[in-house]
Design a binder for this molecule. Structure first.
Ligand SMILES: [Zn+2]
Length: 298
C-alpha cells in the first residue's frame, strides 16, 4: 500500500489498485486494521516488517526439533502438481522456495532431480537444512537481497508457503517474484484465510507477525492485477500438531507458545504420538483455514 501524498487519506490498494479511503475495522496496540472499500483487502497500518531476530525467536521450535512436526498438506498439494507436470513432460529444471525453513520441501524437490533453491530469514534453519539435507543453494537472505545475486538462473517454479502474510510490501514482493520467474513461470503458495480465523487469531494473526489478511477473492484480484493467470485456488484446512498447545495457551489466558517451551526430547515424543491427536484436532475444529494457490505468469 503506497501513501499517495501526505495530508490526504486516499491510498492506492495494491490488491486492486483503486484509490480510496480505507475503512478502519480493528485495532491492536498502535496498529490499525485497514480495509480497502473496493476489494476488502485488509492490512495493518503502519506496516512494519519484523526483523530476522523476530522470526528466529518465533520459529525457534522448528529449528530446534529434528524436523518440522508435520509436512503440510499445502506442500503435499504442491508436490502433487509438480509430479503431474513431470508426467506431462513439462520443462522444469529448477524450483525456488521463499521461506524454506529447514528445507523439508526442498529436500523432496532435490530428490525428484530438480535444482532446489531457497531463502529464509531464519539463519539457524538454513544452516540446519544445509547440514541435514546437504542442500547447497540456500541463503539466509530476504528475497530482495537474493534477487541481487549475480548469475542467478530464472526459475520455472517459485513457491512461498505461509510467507505473503508476513511481507511488509506485497507489491515489491510480487514484482521481485516476477523478475525471478521464467516466461510462463509458475507460482505455488498458501496463505491463511482472513475470513475463517478462529481460536488462534489472537496468538499469531496480529502485527508484526502477520501484516496483511487475504481471502480467495483478494488473492485472485491481486494476481490478476500483477499479470498472473490463476490455475487453481482453493480452501484447505490444515490440522496442526501445535494447535492443541496454542489452544491450551489461549484458554489459560497466555500468549506464550507452550510448544516452543517444551524440551527437545518431549518435542520428539510429541512428534511421534501426535497422529491420534490430529484426529482430535479435527473433531475440536482446531485447524488453520488456508488458501492454496497455483498461478502462471501470463
Ligand atoms: Zn483493494
Amino acid at each position: 500500500m503506497k501513501e499517495i501524498k501526505h495530508g490526504t487519506s486516499k491510498k492506492e490498494c495494491f490488491a486492486c489498485s483503486s484509490f480510496s479511503v480505507p475503512k478502519i475495522i480493528g485495532k491492536y496496540k498502535h496498529w490499525k486494521l485497514r480495509e480497502c472499500p473496493n476489494c476488502f483487502f485488509q492490512y495493518w497500518w503502519p506496516i512494519e516488517q519484523a526483523s530476522n531476530q523476530y522470526f528466529e525467536e518465533k520459529y525457534k521450535s522448528f529449528s530446534e526439533a529434528s524436523s518440522r512436526p508435520d509436512f503440510g498438506m499445502n506442500q503435499k498439494l504442491a508436490l502433487k502438481f509438480i509430479k503431474s507436470k513431470i508426467e506431462k513432460r513439462a520443462n522444469i529444471n529448477n524450483i525456488f522456495d521463499v521461506g524454506c525453513g529447514e528445507g523439508m520441501f526442498l529436500n523432496k524437490i532435490n530428490n525428484m532431480g530438480f535444482s532446489a533453491w531457497g531463502t529464509d530469514f531464519n539463519r539457524k534453519a538454513i544452516k540446519k537444512a544445509k547440514k541435514i539435507f546437504g542442500l547447497q543453494n540456500l541463503y539466509p537472505f530476504s528475497i530482495y537481497d537474493f534477487a541481487k545475486i549475480s548469475k542467478l538462473p530464472k526459475f520455472n517454479i517459485i513457491t512461498f508457503f505461509e510467507v505473503l502474510e508476513h511481507i511488509g510490501d506485497p507489491l515489491k514482493f510480487i514484482q521481485t517474484i516476477k523478475k525471478l520467474l521464467t516466461n510462463n513461470g509458475i507460482i505455488i503458495f498458501s496463505i491463511p484465510d482472513a475470513k475463517t480465523y478462529d481460536y488462534w487469531e489472537k496468538m499469531v494473526n496480529i502485527p508484526p507477525h502477520h501484516l496483511t489478511r487475504w481471502t480467495k477473492n483478494t488473492v485472485r484480484q491481486f494476481l490478476n492485477h500483477h499479470g498472473f493467470k490463476v490455475l487453481k485456488i482453493k480452501n484447505i484446512d490444515r490440522p496442526d500438531s501445535e494447535c492443541l498447545f496454542m489452544n491450551l495457551s489461549l484458554r489459560i489466558g497466555s500468549k506464550k507458545n507452550y510448544y516452543t517451551a517444551l524440551s527437545p526430547r518431549i518435542k520428539i515424543i510429541w512428534k511421534y504420538f501426535s497422529l491420534p491427536y490430529r484426529q482430535i484436532i479435527y473433531l475440536l475444529n482446531l485447524k488453520r483455514p488456508t488458501i492454496f494457490v497455483i498461478a502462471q505468469l501470463k
